[in-house]
Design a protein around this ligand. Sequence first.
Ligand SMILES: [Fe+2]
Length: 200
Amino acid sequence: MNAEQQRDFSMLLSGLADAFRQEDRKGGIEAATALSKADISGYRSMTSDKDPSRLLAKISELDNCQPMMKLVAKCQSLLAWTCWEGSGLESEISSKLFTTELVGPDGHIPAENVRIGLLASESWTDYPVSNHSGEETYFVIAGVAEWTVGKSDYAPRQPGEFVHHPAWELHGRRTLDEPFLGAWRWSGDLDLSSFSVARS
Ligand SMILES: [Fe+2]
């Protein structure tokens, strides 16, 4: 990582720390603390399975992006992206969901008690109702998507909003004509294999 990349990556992590601090929830504070303490010199380079550059370029063109979208675009080549695959998630949907873990047990910056990452979704993608062990919050960075949490009807969530999913709570997100980018954080039980799509 060169000096410019170090600066951009540090700014991205501190921007996310500022965002999750505003969540005003214990897990948000844990995430903000981990992001603030993240030591760039401990950056672990990992191989990217997927290249989301075309999708991130489309997202960057949206006029509702939070300012940190520019930093995500600048840092994208430093990040190991993969398509999110979980129990019950069809490959047609998975292939439209690109995720990366920034800070956490499997992240570019090691941390034990939280996972913090990014997820980009193509437009017209119905990420089905699912749940998992980790308590989770999304911070919407770009794109208006519709969400359901628990028994609530699908409702649009705007950039700058937080969407909270208590541990094991069912939740789903569908994009319409805009692609989406969000930052996510997990606290509590960080077992990714706990994820599964709800049976309908
Ligand atoms: Fe989730």
